[in-house]
Structures are given as C-alpha cells and as structure tokens.
Design a protein around this ligand. Sequence first.
Ligand SMILES: [Zn+2]
Length: 379
Amino acid sequence: MSEDQKSDLQTPGIDGTPTADRGAGLSYPFSGQGTAKTGRPGDGEVMQMRPGVFWLRMPVPIPGLDYINLWLLEDGEGWTVVDTGFRSAQLQEIWEQVFQRHLQGRPITRILCTHFHPDHLGLAGWLQERWQAPLWMTLGEWSFGRMLELEAMPEVPADVIAFYRRAGLPEAQIEAIRARGYGNFSKSVTPIPRSFHRISHNDRIRIGAQDWQVIVGNGHSPEHACLYSPDLNLLISGDQVLPRISPHIGVYPGEPDADPLTQYLDSLGNFAHLPADVLVLPAHGDPFIGLQTRIAMLRRHHEIRLEALLEALREPHTVPATLPLLFKRDVSGHITLAVGEALAHLHHLMRNGLVTRQLNAEGVYEFRRSDRAVRAAAE
Ligand SMILES: [Zn+2]
C-alpha cells in the first residue's frame, strides 16, 4: 500500500461497496432502543450491549462518510477502549464528554485498535497521552500504521505514478493523484505510539471478567484483529465483517502483486466456529445477529463479480474497462479505490490460473481469460 491509499482512506467509500442484498436475513436487536429510540447512541452517549460492554459512535469528519462504532469495555479498575476515531478536535470533545459521563470515575487503562485505518487508530496517540494507557494491536497493523505515518514526503514517488499508468488511468487522473500529494495519512492520526503491546491470532485476552479470543482477518488490512467472547456470545468485528457494505479489498502500489481477495476470503474461515446467534458489533452499521449468513453473503458478493469478470474477459480488458462490471455507481471520484478493488478481483482470478495479464503497446496491463478457463467453460 502507498500514500495513494492514505488519501483514499479519507475519502467516502473506503469501507466498501454497498452489497446488493442490503443486510437481508440479518436482525438488529437494538433497533428502536436508546434515549432517542434511534437504536443508536447519540454523540457523547453510550448504549449497553451486554453487561460491561458499551457502544459509542463517533462521526467521521469527512463529507460523505458516516459514523464509526467504538466499544468501551469494563476492565476491573479501569476501562478498555476498542478503536478510537479519526484525528479531529470535534471527536476529542466527544471523548471528553464520554470520560465525564460514562467512566464512573475510573481511568482508561488499555487502548485496543483493530487495524491501522485512521478512523480506528487516529486518536490512539492522543488517548495514550491523555490516560498513560498502553496500545494493544497486532504487529502487522501497528507497524503498517507507523510506517505510513513516517513515510510522508513532498512529492508522489515515481513508482506510485508508474503503478497507476500500468493500471491504465488516463493522464488527467494521474495528475489528480499527483495533486493529492503524499503525506495525508500522517495528518489523519495523532502520533502513533512508538511502543505497543502485541496481540496475535488465537490469543486469549482477559478484559474485566471475560476472556476474549483474538481472531485475525486479512485482506481489508494486513492483520486485522477481531475480538470474540464466548461467554458473552459477542464478536467485535471491526471492518472485517460489516452488515450493509462489503469491506474494501484493494491492491495498492506498495504491494503491486498483492492478492488480498484470496486472503480475505480465506480468513473468513477463521469465523466458522462462531455460533450463528453471536451478536456482532461491527465498526460501521448497527449491531446485528446473523454472522454466518452475512459471511455467506459477502462470499457470494465477490463470486458474482468474479463470474462477471471472467465472462467479460473473453475479450482483453484494461482495468478501467472492468470497472462498470464491478460498480453500478460512478466511481471516478474514488478512482484509486475502484482500481484497487478491481485489481484485487483480477489478481484472485490470476492466482487461480483463470486470467492472464500482459502489457500492451501503450505499457498498460490487459487482462484476459486463460486457456485453462476457456477449457473449463467448455466442459
Ligand atoms: Zn478499515
């Protein structure tokens, strides 16, 4: 991933594509609850999900982006917070209201972030300084965030531009990428703590009276941590599983041959042992029941796109030519996200031997169905 993704992280759509089925088959047990009967806590408010587990929401202060859900867990003499919100003075004020009204005089004693995206990690540095609390993350997420924060530079590097040229973007869009600059991630986070406490897949973490299992997902981000409590029958899913949108899965210049869609689909298998009636607390959208249904829907969402691509790639296509197959809306305002998502699907098909890639005379990649895919289709 690259600087280009850093700016993407601040644009609408980072959390993905609305899925056709719009959450059908899921239930939202808190619908209609709360002080305003919205089923959601207002700014500075919390709603209890289970004993000792509270939901708070923070606006994402970018036009077009909605809210992120954060979680406050009773933790003995203190509190653990899960995810922190985007860097913004407005969010710091909302946090101060939460501290005054809802901590019952106890301190924040641990900050746990699911992944490095700035709506999740943005205020971790500030919270750590405010409370002297340690930051808990996976190594992949902490180090990726630290790297991006330190990588800010005045001009977009040549390899980033070359990546988007090979992806077939027209010159006007290349210029727009240049104009966005290369340092936006560092502006969207308070300084990321230089020391952290590592969590890993399958760790058991004691928070208050409960054991939580760390379940790592991949593909949306390098080593995304989810938290599952069997006793509470509760999953904090971050961005890995969302109720209404498909999490963004993209290829970026820092790893141009990445195959994040295979990683994402494979890592959904890490949730297979969870009960069908587990309450899922996602980072975007409302708490819901129906995890296994939702995972099946997300798999199908990608399968439909892979099938459409394979059908169209009887004829060679550049990446921009594939975009109408994948997105029903106009994506020109979020072109690097859209290209990243298209490449993720194309690389997944390449990994499976169904698609090949070739540079054309203009130095742009063209993708087409492989002989193997043609033979398979004929059988
Ligand atoms: Zn994310």
